[in-house]
Design a protein around this ligand. Sequence first.
Ligand code: SF4
Length: 423
Amino acid sequence: MSAPARKDRLPSAAAATAHQREWFAELHREVAAGSPLALVNADAPQEVFRAMGIPYVVNQWWASIVAAKRRTPEHLARLRDRGYPDYTEQYSSTSLGSAFDPDPGSAPWGGLPMPSIVLAETTGDASRKIFDVWGEQPGVTFYPLESAAADSVPERWWELMPHRWEEAIGRDRIDLMTGELEGLIRFLETTTGRRFSQQRFTEVMALVNEQEEWNRRSRDLIATARPCPIAVTDGIPAVMIPQWHRGTTWARDAAKRLHDDVAERVGAGAAVCEGERARLMWIGRGLWFDLDFYRRFQERYGAVFVWSMYLAIAADGYVRYGDDPLRALAARFAAFSDQLYTPPWSAEWYVKEALAHGVHGVVHLVSDDARGSWATTRALRAAGVAVLELHADNVDARRSDPAFLDTAVGSWLETDVLPGTTS
Ligand code: SF4
């Protein structure tokens, strides 16, 4: 999860990537020595594992590494060979392909060690099935979390979430997830012998809030900076690698380092693209198999991607204050996918972010399994923002040939975006 090495790489992005490599090597050693290992979905409450000292790998992070190394096709082939679909939710099923790897040592980064527990929220039929198959593997337990919904939707949820999350999400959903987390803790204590300490958990939750507050400051700086100070392909690893380590002092400090890098560049008037002509927003998951994609438009057209959901959701979607840390954690995740994918929650947020960042256009990656994409496109267009929908998968290049992507985005820039910009 990072851009190819460059001389002008953001120091915080380089440091985060280096840390991730060391951490993964250490993880291999721990698991080889008998440690339990969890595989958790990106939108699952990882903080419980952090507080209990149980190492975990984030499912979608691993998929991004496999895709960046162009190994997704062979992972999908292993699923296909066993009679499972290779054309649905590839981002979530890549790691399952790793579980069937006959030679894991030759996989990227030494391969994904076999987990003992997998944790996911059951959003959608395919996702549930992927994890059911995980649960059938020897020595693996699948711990599912419900995916609940509410009848009423808060307006401007991003203003309510830090302190008024009970009101934004609703008591029933938070009660449900709190109960499930209590069950998860009991399960982990029983199966791993590790203890859950309330004091340690409170520290973890406080560190996460600090980390996300730094991300919020970074996001706000980038929103108002002209020209854009950092490459989106640096911002993504500099935010997301620490996100996978959240609840540690390293992660909190890494978020501050990113902020300081951004502030320094803004102060110096640094531009990621000399001659910036257009500011673009990228909605959707990272295009991991083609990370050069973003830079090509900057070089050819002066069109700079200034926004990705990774920094923005870190800024708006995670902070939860309150006296009951387990309930606050439930509130962090009970409506997490609503924030990104369920209209009107998601659509209103993307419009807010597009306007705050002053973008001239939005490239909207629409995967087959993305929920509510149509509402996001419609809301942005209604707000006067040009939108290009790219129907492609973010890890499966079979339907997303770079030549097709370049032509689609290039001609949209020429006809819909650049004529409306002033320089
Ligand atoms: S997978 Fe990501 S972090 Fe690893 S080398 Fe490639 S780009 Fe860098």
